[in-house]
Write a protein that binds this ligand. Structure first.
Ligand code: PFF
Length: 434
């Protein structure tokens, strides 16, 4: 008996799960620090333009290709033309590698939830974070726990696992985010924080900003590993793809902006630099929480919020490879889940040790963690995105109608897809290699 492909039980469940995939560490951890480094409001402006008019194209294309060709990325490329299967494999490799560093951050989040819930709170977070990462066991164990939590739901299946988890976690996440952003607005640094976010200083504009904004937009929309193809493949026939993409972009951007509204007033209230970088969330912010009333509750809610964001994205990351194993390689979900666990742990363990025991182990001058981040965000994701744009624009042009519709705006998007996007993406790829 042939197994019927699963479908989303409702359109809303699809939107919630796709937003769950898009909204993640990229919005709350990465977006504010890149924006901080790139001068605030001017970066936001560039980012908004790019996400609304450029990144909407690959997002719609991935969803439309999934919806039309029904399958995991390898099956889909195989159906289009067996010679293109290599791009399906590239998607699979990307979906194996991203969780291996993403879940290390997930492990740190679990650790911080724990200390703010029950443990004694450290006085100096810079020192604490260093000590935590030089421990050979704790970060590894936490990474694996995070992996198991994220794996349970795709293992259970689409409707009872992935949908249920998102339907519960995402609303709680939104409520927590609104409460924390509202709280941040009552702080003395709120005005300065809001000005930093919304009052553009055009003199800070530079071309590197465009590249960073594009990379961030692709990452946050989960484009370039095939998950949007996979999620699109569970869609029913009558869904409007372009409308869905804009809904997704709207909520994803709203969350990123709310995350900024939550973080920058806190940062300015305490006079630290908004350019603190990747350690902003794990060193600077916790340090600031110590100076605010209700430290424990505030910090615990903040890290729980990060946890929900990371798990819902983690679920989609694992579903991307799980769907390949179970559909293309015809494994049972159980076997596929075991394989995902083994592969991810084998790569994630050295990644989580690369801040301590393995800090001297370098590939191309980067620690293993940084190398995974660099090779996926700067090379594999832009490469897979370029591939799907070229394939959709030139080899299966009928997909344009499914992705964009048939009006004048659709024609513009179709033109951009065919002639402009490949050039822009190749540029991102080449410049990202520097
Ligand atoms: N979009 C997620 C974030 O912003 O954190 C990261 C991500 C999830 C990337 C799933 C790729 C993916 F397939």
């Amino acid at each position: 008996m042939e197994n019927k492909r699963p479908e989303w039980s409702s359109y809303i469940s699809f939107i919630i799960a796709a937003v769950g995939s898009a909204v993640g560490l990229g919005n709350i951890w990465r977006f504010p620090y890149i924006m901080g480094k790139c001068g605030g409001a001017i970066f936001l402006l560039v980012y908004l333009l790019l996400i609304a008019f450029i990144c909407v194209i690959p997002l719609s294309v991935e969803l439309a290709v999934g919806k039309s060709y029904k399958g995991d990325p390898i099956t889909i490329y195989d159906k289009i033309n067996p010679k293109l299967k290599i791009f399906g494999y590239l998607c699979l490799i990307t979906s194996i590698l991203i969780p291996c560093f993403y879940f290390v951050v997930g492990g740190w989040i679990l650790n911080y939830m724990w200390i703010f819930l029950v443990n004694s709170i450290p006085a100096d977070f810079a020192q604490y974070f260093g000590t935590l990462n030089s421990n050979p066991i704790i970060p590894v164990a936490l990474t694996l726990i995070f992996l198991l939590i994220s794996l349970v739901f795709p293992f259970i299946g689409l409707n009872k696992g992935i949908e249920k988890a998102n339907n519960i976690m995402m609303p709680i996440f939104v409520v927590m985010l609104i409460i924390l952003a509202g709280y941040a607005l009552t702080l003395p640094g709120a005005k300065e924080g809001l000005e930093f976010m919304f009052k553009p200083d055009f003199s800070k504009f530079n071309s590197e900003m465009i590249l960073l904004a594009l990379g961030q937009a692709l990452f946050t929309l989960s484009i370039g590993i095939g998950i949007m193809m996979t999620y699109g493949s569970y869609l029913k026939k009558d869904v409007n793809i372009l409308k869905s993409s804009y809904t997704l972009i709207f909520f994803d951007t709203l969350v990123a902006v709310l995350a900024g509204i939550m973080i920058f007033p806190i940062v300015f209230t305490n006079g630290i630099e908004p350019t603190a970088g990747a350690t902003l969330v794990f060193i600077s912010l916790p340090q600031i929480f110590l100076t605010l009333p209700f430290t424990r509750i505030l910090a615990f809610v903040f890290f729980t919020l990060l946890f929900f964001a990371a798990v819902t994205s983690g679920i989609s990351l694992l579903e991307a490879s799980l769907s390949c194993y179970s559909e293309y390689f015809k494994m049972t979900r159980k076997k596929a889940a075991v394989l995902v666990f083994i592969l991810t742990s084998a790569i994630a363990i050295p990644a989580s040790l690369s801040f301590g025991m393995l800090s001297d182990f370098k590939i191309l001058g980067k620690t293993f963690f940084d190398f995974l981040d660099f090779s996926t965000s700067n090379i594999l994701m832009p490469l897979c995105t370029t591939a799907i744009c070229i394939v959709a624009g030139w080899i299966i042009p009928h997909i344009k109608q499914e992705a964009f519709g048939i009006n004048f705006y659709a024609k513009i998007l179709g033109f951009l897809l065919k002639y402009i996007l490949p050039v822009i993406l190749l540029l991102v790829l080449i410049l990202g290699l520097r």
